[in-house]
Ligand binder design. Structure first.
Ligand code: 13P
Ligand code: ZN
Length: 267
């Protein structure tokens, strides 16, 4: 198995082991490097299925992505990768894509492909092309937390920064939050892709989270850190919070680790 596929499959199963992927919940896309696409070229079909896209993907024209299948279970990805994940190439005009490998038995890419692709476009542009991974998961604690606050990035980011010391270092920009919307469409994709320009991760209220990063470790680690902080917050809140990390401590922390904390969120 090609290394990039092995690494992708490992991330799918790691998310399942965390309990973030009940049933077909969650999805993962990876924008392949040229040499990675080349290493997989021997797998590609000579008669690919072609699909239309409901969004303009011209900014990522001709890029190769690994994607999970719609309705497929992360739990099953290591057992049968060719049925549960696939490789697609965006058309040169960005209006559709070819399924080059995998997604066997008529499977389609994730229903959240519009969100993934628009998020890739946003994060590519704000990270000078570093971002390659977009990950959607259904972790219980960050989803539960979204029921306890107004859908406001400052409120959410402060709670997370205060809930674990490493948080302000891992995501100094903060975390965005989108109020409830119907999933799987272009409206939620457009709104998420606007927020993800500012924040490396965006919570979907009452649903889950989208995280981004340069590689699988960075992206998984980001979502893991956010979910752990949410868990600590909910535990501390139910026990009764009597004190927390102060804004001055957050500033000192950011200085010590040379990160630029989002000052708009500090008092
Ligand atoms: P897919 O099975 O289409 O990837 O959808 C899962 C999901 O989490 C929708 O938000
Ligand atoms: Zn979902």
């Amino acid at each position: 198995m090609e290394k990039v596929l092995e690494d992708y499959i490992r991330m799918c199963y790691d998310g399942f082991l965390q309990g973030w992927h009940e049933r077909n919940g969650g999805n993962l896309t990876y924008r392949m490097k040229a040499e990675e696409a080349e290493s997989c070229a021997h797998l590609f079909t000579s008669s690919p299925r072609h699909m239309e896209l409901p969004i303009d993907a011209s900014a990522i024209a001709s890029e190769y992505f690994i994607t999970t299948g719609s309705g497929r279970y992360m739990r099953n990805v290591p057992l049968a990768p060719e049925k549960n994940i696939g490789i697609i190439r965006i058309d040169s005009d960005g209006k559709g894509y070819d399924i080059l490998w995998g997604l066997e038995d008529g499977a389609k890419p994730t229903s959240e492909l519009p969100s993934h692709l628009l998020n890739h476009i946003s994060r590519m542009s704000v990270t000078d092309g570093r971002c390659r991974v977009i990950y959607h998961a259904h972790p219980a604690n960050i989803t539960a937390l979204s029921y306890t606050i107004e859908p406001d990035a400052k409120t959410l980011s402060r709670i997370l920064w205060q809930s674990e010391t490493e948080c302000a270092v891992v995501f100094p920009e903060g975390v965005g939050i989108l109020d409830w919307m119907i999933p799987g469409g272009t409206d939620i994709a457009e709104e998420t892709s606007k927020l993800i320009r500012k924040y490396p991760a965006v919570v979907w209220a009452f649903h889950g989270i989208f995280g981004s990063g340069a590689d699988f470790d960075e992206t998984f680690g980001l979502v893991h850190t956010i979910e752990k902080a949410a868990e600590i917050y909910l535990k501390a809140k139910s026990a009764g919070i009597i004190r927390t990390i102060t804004d001055d401590q957050l500033r000192v922390l950011a200085g010590a680790f040379s990160v630029k904390i989002n000052e708009e969120f500090l008092n």
